[in-house]
Design a protein around this ligand. Structure first.
Ligand SMILES: Nc1ncnc2c1ncn2[C@@H]1O[C@H](COP(=O)(O)OP(=O)(O)OP(=O)(O)O)[C@@H](O)[C@H]1O
Ligand SMILES: [Mg+2]
Length: 259
């Protein structure tokens, strides 16, 4: 097997008085789409932030192409749950922020920003401001911004959770279409199991207290996929299997939120 793109070894994270991640080891191959599901509070966001270099591990390490991750870098793009666009900047200027931070401002970069806005279906909206866009459109700006720096790894933390159900399904198919073209390595956190199954090559099921990788589920559904895949018996069986793995933990996290 090829050298993994991303390698996580014995990763641990504690906040004062709380062990959040209790030793996770896993590997991701280049171009793989991985979703992470698990109950609220099991450390999914913390895990992604450590991979992004935004948070330090308490033990263990994350390697990207064999190099230990210590800080954020242009090789990783992050898409958060909220759209966090700057209201005083145009869509184009918002989409360029990642490139600005990376110190890139040449003509090729500007063209790539335009290309990515086009890719996410926002051509013609470059001069609009965030308040003039719908929630789905704003989330697409976020995606364009992450793609504009041409990261090797895309880290997405519940990027569609603020969207209504129909917009969300459209965004799922859009993301599939974009991913088919570029085949980035993706780590995608979601609470929606059918979303995880539709998008992923593999689903990582996290358990809580402390957070750990409980099981890795292969998703052998043929690609390219579209929404009709959700109605196949294989799909339904996979969703059911994953739900049964986390059901107990989810009930626990809902009923004992503060324990
Ligand atoms: N900076 C921090 N300081 C202290 N505790 C934190 C910090 N960040 C996260 N935690 C705690 O770590 C645990 C895991 O949080 P995290 O946000 O990673 O969970 P999650 O799996 O993303 O949950 P959700 O599904 O609700 O988004 C929680 O108990 C949270 O309160
Ligand atoms: Mg989270």
């Amino acid at each position: 097997m090829a050298h993994p793109k991303l390698e996580v070894s014995w990763l641990r994270k504690s906040f004062p008085g709380l062990d959040v991640i209790g030793g996770i080891s896993a590997a991701v191959q280049k171009g793989e789409f991985i979703s992470i599901v698990g109950p609220s509070g099991c450390g999914k966001t913390t895990f992604l932030r450590i991979v992004a270099g935004l948070e330090q591990a308490s033990g263990g390490e994350v390697r990207l192409d064999g190099r230990v991750v210590r800080e954020p870098g242009a090789d990783r793009g992050f898409v958060f749950q909220s759209d966090n666009l700057l209201p005083w900047r145009t869509i184009y200027d918002n989409a360029r922020i990642g490139q600005e931070i990376a110190g890139r401002s040449g003509a090729a970069e500007r063209q790539r920003t335009m290309d990515m806005l086009k890719l996410v279906g926002l051509e013609g909206f470059e001069h609009y401001y965030p308040r003039q866009l719908s929630g789905g459109m704003r989330q697409r700006v976020n995606l364009a911004r992450a793609l504009a720096v041409d990261p090797e790894v895309l880290l997405m933390d519940e990027p569609f959770s603020a969207l209504d159900a129909q917009t969300r399904e459209i965004m799922q198919t859009e993301l599939l279409r974009i991913w088919e073209r570029g085949r980035k390595t993706v780590l995608f956190v979601t609470h929606q199991i059918d979303e995880a199954v539709l998008l992923s090559d593999r689903v990582w099921v996290f358990a809580r207290r402390p957070g750990r990788l409980q099981e890795v589920i292969d998703i052998p559904i043929p690609r390219p996929r579209d929404l009709s895949a959700k109605r196949t018996p294989d799909f339904v069986a996979l969703v059911d299997r994953i739900w049964r793995l986390i059901e107990h933990d989810v009930r626990d996290s809902v009923l004992h939120e503060n324990t």
